[in-house]
Design a protein around this ligand. Structure first.
Ligand code: PHE
Length: 463
């Protein structure tokens, strides 16, 4: 069977490597630098890293391959790609829900992602101006709390970040996305190496290594598996069409299998390297690796503030986080943006502005949930927690599940085979097994246990 259209109307990545960088740019973000080090440390260190790798290998990589091949076959935004593929395979229009849900999930994630990334922007300024030079833990804490208590300042930072995102995506796939990716990704790798070397010389490297890599198998329980699987999804940007949208711009002769494996490896390397950059400076100061936002916005600045040239390297750290966040944010807008351009023949820059404003408005909910509306709860969660939960824990796994099932059971085998171009029959059967059985089952289990936490203890069933 011939491949789908050979080009997308939105433009094409200039080479296989640009797709690798773009998808890695989407994947590498706050999930790697802020979340991964902390959850790995809290969940058994090395043992957790291993189960996370298992999740990436048996669920993440197959679903990422599926998204890419669907995108390349359809050559359109996820919504129109799914429309086309359901017509082509004469299957139910229900599957287009993959596209719609992705657009919605992208919106919801970006609404809070922009706020947290705005914090990183603010911290570039704070580090550079020496706010954290030799401060006490109390003052570091106070600085973060004062910032959270100031909705106007937070709004300003969120606006800056969203403005930058809109500017880049409005310029188009080649002039906007590719240019940003060509600059930001290599810089990101360089900055990470600089920080790693700094961490190695900080005096806490051995402790950092021990913290990240001790094989603490006792702490691996059902919960740790859940966290590992959820993290694999979020960090690889799966289940919401970002990779499908990027897949639409992949040249026809690029091997999906090896390219996706490279992207997943890059993403994991960055996550592990971030841990090895962060923990040594934390331990070098005799600090405890705190939890959640506290690690990146209190402990890390505090730690840098105590070290020689700390203001400089702390600034570098937050520049790194901001670059990582912006290349993820641009991918969050792509499914909706491409769809609106296709549907209304609209100018990309105009659509980008409207989408940006909508997302910005939605993000105000997150801004306020840290101060004015801190006590306002939706199903026991603040607005931020609620939006985060719905998008990350429900929509992404559900999207991933539907993508796996569509690819394995609905799309004609000939299409999948020609897109993947796997010659080796053992490899083909391995892929089939993963996408048709292992990935959907894995996601289903995680999904059920996350949505119905009582299923973990069987208490929902009266046990
Ligand atoms: N992968 C990004 C991160 O690790 C977040 C993201 C999720 C981006 C879904 C796009 C789509 O921070």
């Amino acid at each position: 069977m011939a491949l789908g259209k050979t080009e997308s109307r939105h433009g094409m990545w200039s080479s296989r490597w640009l797709f690798v960088l773009a998808a890695a740019g989407s994947a590498v973000g706050l999930g790697n630098i802020w979340k991964f080090p902390y959850i790995a440390g809290e969940n058994g260190g090395g043992a957790f890293v291993i189960i996370y790798l298992v999740c990436v290998a048996i669920v993440g990589i197959p679903i990422m391959m599926a998204e890419t091949l669907l995108g390349r076959e359809g050559r359109n935004s996820p919504i129109n790609t799914m429309r086309m593929l359901t017509q082509q395979s004469r299957s139910s229009g229900f599957w287009v829900v993959i596209g719609w849900m992705g657009v919605l999930a992208g919106f919801l994630i970006l609404s809070y992602y922009g706020v947290i990334a705005g914090w990183a922007l603010f911290y570039i300024f704070e580090m550079a101006t020496g706010t954290f030079d030799a401060v006490t833990p109390d003052i570091a804490n106070q600085t973060f709390n004062n910032f959270l208590a100031n909705p106007w300042l937070m709004l300003l930072c969120q606006t800056l970040f969203m403005g930058l995102t809109v500017y880049i995506v409005g310029k188009g796939v080649i002039k906007g996305l590719e240019t940003a990716i060509r600059w930001f990704m290599p810089l990101l790798f360089v900055l990470l190496i600089v920080l790693l070397v700094y961490g190695m010389n900080s005096g806490g490297f051995q402790q950092g290594l021990d913290f990240m890599f001790r094989m603490n198998w006792e702490s691996i329980d059902a919960d740790a598996w859940l966290i590992a699987m959820g993290q694999a999804f979020f960090t690889l940007s799966l289940g919401m069409g970002a990779i499908m949208a990027y897949g639409a711009y992949v040249p026809g002769d690029t091997s999906i299998t090896s390219t996706i494996a490279t992207i997943a490896i890059l993403d994991t390397v960055v996550a592990v390297a971030s841990g090895l950059a962060i923990f040594p400076v934390v331990f070098a100061n005799g600090l405890e690796p705190g939890q959640g936002p506290g690690l990146m916005f209190v402990t890390v600045p505090l730690a840098f503030g105590q070290l020689p040239l700390g203001a400089l390297f702390g600034t570098v750290f937050f520049v790194l986080v901001s670059f990582a966040a912006i290349t993820s944010a641009i991918s969050l807008t792509e499914p909706a943006l491409a769809y609106l351009v296709e549907e209304y023949n609209a100018k990309r820059a105009r659509v980008a502005k409207s989408l940006g404003v909508l997302c910005w408005l939605l993000g105000i909910g997150t801004v306020l949930s840290f101060n004015v509306l801190a006590d306002f709860k939706v199903f026991d969660r603040t607005i931020f927690e609620f939006v985060d939960h719905i998008s990350q824990n429900i929509m992404l796994p559900l999207g991933g599940l539907l993508i796996a099932v569509f690819c394995a059971y609905v799309l004609p085998k000939a299409v999948v085979k020609s897109q993947l171009g796997i010659e080796n029959s053992a490899l083909w059967w391995l892929w089939k097994l993963l996408i048709a059985v292992v990935a959907p089952l894995g996601v289903l289990v995680v999904f059920i246990v996350t949505v119905f936490p009582c299923a973990q203890t069987l208490s929902c069933f009266g046990a």
